[in-house]
Design a protein around this ligand. Structure first.
Ligand SMILES: [Zn+2]
Length: 147
C-alpha cells in the first residue's frame, strides 16, 4: 500500500511546483532582443547576455548553438518540412482545383469535358489510396527531419 501512496503524492507535488511560477507570470515572457512574447519553452537558458532571450535571437546573435535549441527549427529543416508537407498534400489540392475548374468552366466542351471528367474521377479514386499508402513513409520522413 505504501508504494501506491507515494506514487500518488509525487505528481501532486510536481504539479504544485510547476504551477507556482505560472501564477506570478501568467503572461508569456518577453524576449529582451526582439520584444516578442513566447512561451517559456522557447527561451534559451542562462544568465547574463543569455537571460530572457528567445531561441531565435539566441541563435542569430551567437549566444546559443542550433544544436542546443531543439525548439527552434533551422532554415534547412523548415524547408525540408515545407516541401514534405507540400508533396503530401499537393495531389489533394490538384484534384480539388481540377473539380472546381470542371464545375465552373470545364463542362460543355465537346470531347474535352468527357476526357477531363475521366481524368478527374480517376485521380479522385487514386489520390486517397496513394495518400494512405504513403502514410508510413511520410511519418518516417517527418520524424527524420524533426529535431
Ligand atoms: Zn527574441
Amino acid at each position: 500500500m505504501t508504494p501506491s501512496m507515494t506514487t500518488e503524492l509525487v505528481p501532486k507535488t510536481a504539479a504544485l511546483k510547476d504551477n507556482h511560477p505560472l501564477v506570478g507570470t501568467s503572461v508569456m515572457p518577453v524576449c529582451r532582443m526582439c520584444k516578442q512574447n513566447y512561451p517559456q519553452a522557447q527561451f534559451i537558458t542562462g544568465n547574463g547576455p543569455r537571460y530572457q532571450v528567445c531561441s531565435r535571437c539566441g541563435v542569430e546573435h551567437g549566444l546559443a548553438d542550433p544544436e542546443d535549441t531543439p525548439q527552434f527549427y533551422s532554415d534547412e529543416i523548415l524547408n525540408a518540412r515545407l516541401s514534405l508537407y507540400t508533396r503530401r498534400h499537393l495531389p489533394w489540392v490538384s484534384v480539388l482545383i481540377g473539380w472546381f475548374l470542371f464545375l465552373s468552366i470545364g463542362r460543355g466542351i465537346e470531347l474535352w469535358s468527357g476526357l477531363f471528367f475521366g481524368v478527374l474521377a480517376l485521380s479522385s479514386l487514386i489520390v486517397p489510396v496513394l495518400h494512405f499508402m504513403g502514410t508510413t513513409r511520410f511519418i518516417a520522413e517527418l520524424s527524420r527531419i524533426t529535431p
